[in-house]
Design a protein around this ligand. Structure first.
Ligand code: ATP
Ligand code: MG
Ligand code: FE
Length: 348
């Protein structure tokens, strides 16, 4: 079966085609980063309007790239939540209209399920069960994944997400939006040991995280340096970026390792935008090697939001018999807030 997937939960419009037998056939993406940059963050109304502008050209693009006709598509998947309501409604209404027009089933997908399964789009593919470290702009969670629809939350952030910590500290340092990649680039020239920053909850017994204190710590360093010498030198900026990155990565690495020990599993899977971070990748590769485990990452371009992971989650749900292929009502709703638990298969 061929599934077309639509993603529009935040500031990326993504469309993709996935075959249940052959995997990803094509994906096309438009990021609104440049448009929101001037505002220092995502402006919801602008996001929705831009999704409307982009979604049909991207749809034509994936069909052309894959050499697939509309009549070859068997099902439609779309992000139904969580995310920005107006943005979600664009993808949902386009997907449902497409499905209605062609008499196809439409499968609502939970955005985090898309992120979680995205490492399965890489080769080698991790086998179930595994521990997933989901590190995105809005979420930081450790999960035990036993199969499609079988997700057990092991721990999560109590306040800011890891991506948010990157973005907020980058903003404090006057770097662009989103700050993660910019801060990471600056950190390459820096010495992480030049500044001592807290590693919140590093030694707590649970698998939870807390990152909100980090931005306060960075702000304090910035203020005291400004007082002392009127500002930061380029080297100090790079050092502070490196120290921030190291603090975030250390905590993520330690908690992921703890989750592996607690579950006894040997496979770790990393998903979400922060999973693109080179330092995090290197740290986790080292940690897994030392414990005789394996780490799997989503393909680099599929770490942040994209349509491929949504089409893929749709295809996986169909294969697992978890998609309702007979609902022809095409009535729909989006879920700006939506607990992943609600899409889990009930277990005894
Ligand atoms: P959610 O899926 O939780 O709703 P989101 O979709 O906005 O959030 P993603 O698109 O998965 O999140 O990831 C975006 C985040 O990843 C941003 O916070 C960004 O700064 C961060 N990020 C992207 N690349 C890197 C990198 N190389 N290093 C660190 N952070 C990064
Ligand atoms: Mg984004
Ligand atoms: Fe996301």
């Amino acid at each position: 079966m061929i599934v077309i997937g639509f993603e529009s939960s935040c500031d990326e419009t993504g469309v993709a085609l996935v075959s249940t037998e052959h995997g990803l056939l094509a994906h096309a993406l438009h990021s609104q980063i440049a448009m929101h940059e001037a505002y220092g963050g995502v402006v919801p109304e602008l996001a929705s309007r831009d999704h409307i502008r982009r979604v049909l050209p991207l749809t034509r693009e994936v069909l052309a790239t894959a050499g697939i006709g509309m009549d070859q598509i068997d099902a439609v998947a779309y992000t139904a939540g969580p995310g920005l309501a107006g943005a979600l409604l664009v993808g949902a209404s386009v997907a449902q209209s497409f499905a209605w027009a062609r008499g196809l089933p439409a499968i609502p997908i939970h955005h985090l399920e898309g992120h979680l399964l995205s490492p399965l789009l890489a080769t080698p593919q991790p086998a179930f069960p595994f521990v997933a470290l989901l590190v995105s702009g809005g979420h930081t969670q450790l999960m035990r994944v036993d199969g499609v629809g079988s997700y057990e939350l092991l721990g999560e952030t109590l306040d800011d997400a890891a991506g948010e910590a990157f973005d907020k500290t980058a903003k404090l340092m006057g770097l662009g939006y989103p700050g993660g990649p910019a801060l990471s680039r600056l950190a390459e020239q820096g010495d992480a040991a030049a500044f001592e920053l807290p590693r919140p909850m590093l030694h707590s017994r649970d698998l939870d995280f807390s990152f909100s204190g980090l931005k306060t710590a960075v702000l304090t360093r910035l203020r005291s340096l400004e007082k002392a010498s009127g500002g930061l030198s380029e080297q100090q900026r790079a050092d502070l970026a490196a120290a921030t990155e190291a603090a975030i990565v250390d905590v993520l690495g330690a908690k992921a390792l703890k989750a592996m020990r607690q579950t006894g599993l040997k496979r770790l899977v990393v998903a979400g935008g922060v999973g693109a971070n080179r330092h995090l990748r290197a740290q986790l590769l080292g940690a897994m090697k030392s414990m005789g485990g394996q780490v799997f990452f989503a393909p680099l371009e599929l770490c942040t939001d994209n349509g491929a992971m949504i089409a893929y989650a749709g295809a996986m749900r169909i294969k697992a018999g978890l998609a309702d292929l007979h609902d022809s009502s095409h009535a729909f709703t989006v879920r700006p807030r939506w607990d992943l638990h609600e899409v889990c298969v009930a277990t005894a």
